[in-house]
Structure formats: C-alpha cells, structure tokens
Design a protein around this ligand. Sequence first.
Ligand code: SF4
Length: 479
Amino acid sequence: MSEQTKGKKNVNRFRDALGKGEFVLLVESPSPSLSNDPIAAGERLAALEETVLSITSVNTVLALTDRYLSLDAWRALEYANALGEENRDRHVVYLSGRNTGDGELEQLAAVAAKSRNFNLVPVSGNCVPTDTLKECRKRVFSESVGIIRDLAAKKQPFFLGGTVNPYAYTPYTIMGQYFKLVKKLNAGASFVVAQAGWDMLKLQSLRWYFSGRNLYDPMIARLVLLTPNLVEKILSGGYPGVNISPDFRKILEKELRYSLNQFEAAQYRRLELQAAGCRLLGFSGIQLAGAETPSRAKVAAERISNALKEFNSFEGWLEEYNSYLARAEMSPFSHSFYLYDHALHRAYPADETPVTRDFGEPEVSSREKLAFRLRRFWFENADKQPADSRRMLKRIFAACRGCPRCRLPRTEFVCTESCPKKLANGPCGGVKPHGNCEISSGECVHSRILRLAYWDESMQTLEDNILDSGFKQEIIKHG
Ligand code: SF4
C-alpha cells in the first residue's frame, strides 16, 4: 500500500487496495482483558502494528476484534486509539453489539468518526461460552444489520464490513446466512468477512452464490493459524460457530502428538494452501487469527506471500490441496448440504452462471402448515394494528412477548423475540451447522422462518425487509 498517502485526509488505503483488486492480509489482534496493564497492552499492540505495517511482500492491515469471547475486555475502538493516527486507514476495527445499547453505539460511532477509524465491521456478537440460556436472554444484542444501516446513514466516510458464516450444512441454514448477508450489503456494508473455518468448498459456494447474483463486493476469508492451545479450545467447543469435522479432528489430534516444530510446520503449510486457495477462489484477502505476536505475523506473511507466488493455477493448487489433506472430509456430518455439485473440481466458469442444487420440497410438517395458516388468518395485519390487539391469541399461537411493535407478518408469523439474542433479521454466525441454535437446544428461529418462507414462496419479501428489534432494552450488566 502506498506510503505517500499516509495520514492524508480522506485517503483510505484499505478501501483503495480492495477497490484495486489487490490481495490484502489482515492480521488480527483481539482486544485485551481489562485486567491487563493498559500501557503494556498498548505497547504490545504498537509493536505488532509496526511489524505488520512494515511488511512489503503482501498488502497488510491490522484487524482489531471486539470482546470476541469475553466481556472483560477493552472495546476494540478504545484499544485502536492506543495507536498513532497516521495509519488508521490501515486498521479495521470490529464493533460488537453484545451488551451494547443504542446510546453506547452512538457514542462509539462518534469516537470512531473523531479518531478517523472509518473501517468498521459491526457484528451482533456471540454468547459468552459460559453463559446459560437465561443469562444470554438477559443480554442486549444490537443486531449487526441495524448497526450497519445506522452507521451508513451518518455523514462520515465509514467503510463498513458485514460478516457471514459460510459453514452451514443444511439448505435453510446456509440460505439463512446468505440472505442475512444480502441484508447487510443492502444496509450499507461494502465488504464481507467470512467466519473462520477450513471447508474450502463452502468458501467457494459463498463466492459462486454472490457472483451468481451479481454481487461482487470484496470478500475476505478469516483463517486461523492454529496453536496447540487453540486446537484444544476449538475442539472443546470454546469458539461458537467454528466447527471441526470428524476427519479434520483426527488430523489435528495426530498433529498434536508431533513435536512443536512439526506441529507448526503442518499449520503453516495448511495456512499457505488455504490462503492461496482463497485468492484463486476470488477472495480479496484473508484475515488471520492466531498470529498476534510480531514474530508469528512476520513468518505468516512471508509464507502467505510465497504461497501466492507458488500457486497461480486453480488446478495446480487443487492437486496439492487434495494431496495435503488426503481428501479429508471437511463437513461435520454425513449428508451435509452443498449448494453446488462438484464445485471444488473447477474454478468459477467464466461463461456460465453455476446452477444451485434443488433443495427439494421444504421440510414443513402439516402441523406447521396449519399453524402458519391460522397465524396468517389472525395476524396478517398485526404490524399495522395496535400491538395489544389479539394479544391472547398472539400469546397462545405465536409465543408473543408483548413487543410495542409487532413484526409477525414480516417474519412468517414466527416471533423473533424467541431467539435468545432477539435478532430480527436473520441467523447469527453461531448457528450450529445442522441449523440448531447456538445456545438453546432447539432449531434456530431463523432456520424455521427460512423453511416457511421457501414453502410460502416469500423469500424475496423476507430479504427486502430490514427490521428493528421489538423492544428498546436497557443493558443488563453482568458481574
Ligand atoms: S435462534 Fe438463531 S440467531 Fe438466535 S441465538 Fe440461536 S442460532 Fe443465533
């Protein structure tokens, strides 16, 4: 990225690099715990920034994630302000909606604008892994779609990203992720970050689906440079939405028995192959987690840059990728759903739009159909009526929680307040690969809405609506 433009007003080197089609490496650093000495944490971050931004073999950017797995952490925007001003256009700062109400979001938007941190990725936030369902329900989750829409409406040159979890393995779970991403793009997101994972076929499906819809916003794939600690954490379910297939689990368990040097070598080779594959699949860059020390970031960047030179044909890359992973199955269960047949056998065809697989009849039971018809009969105009009209019927047939604004007609008559995070616009990234909720035991509310929308042929309406949450809630502070 050009050094001459450094610090100049209205220059955004991250946005410009994506605009020019340059491959970008975002090195991720999580915001530190509040119990850390802030001066020491700031110094560590500054050392990482200096190393990352001085790398010349590949375009580099620093990505600061916001309270990813813990509440006891600095806000990424505060943490970003520990760095000098001149390179803020080479920072991407995450903004989590977890435990963050409208007032705090307004303040954070003002801080971002004042400090010229314009590259922002709003996320709704995940439940803390130790949260019970009850605790999760008490939290406020400001939804990413709404944050993106509100930031995009401000008179600031925000350059906003939207996240997606492409690693979903039933038709309605994956289409839920895609349709929510379309909403984020419609709300004002200009680039996409795909959640961490290892299934390249799913990354390819994401690219194909959006290209097939003529949506060419730059996409960045989040990859993880694994350490033994991280492997243990992921295998024990400590990272919501990050999944490991049984085959891949066996590979990792075997690698854990290697010496540390051999383990590291295996991780770097996997990273090289994934990074080169991402570029060949049409991704505009990768965001790398697990390389948050200057030495790891430097080695990773060098390895990635070499891999980008080593693999310049899709076929050559595919051969090496398949032989390295010994054709391991990356899907978490048998009969996993993929949107395209034989996708990873070829690069995106220049002269045709790949055809998506037929989902078959939507899986909607006769009981669900009957309940849907009854709700439609009673509540067809509920969004235009006073919220308390037909309250008893709503309570019995739609588990109504008494929102001041009813949205039933716009959510296939399923109340989205039953989502533990009360998300109204689609599933969160923590949804399980088979469509179950991240935190409660049943099906994700949005997978259910999607099934009904396909059956009712109202997908387009569902995708076009951007909904606000039913309540304005007070933040409930925890511990
Ligand atoms: S119901 Fe769906 S969107 Fe809501 S928390 Fe569960 S998985 Fe996430």
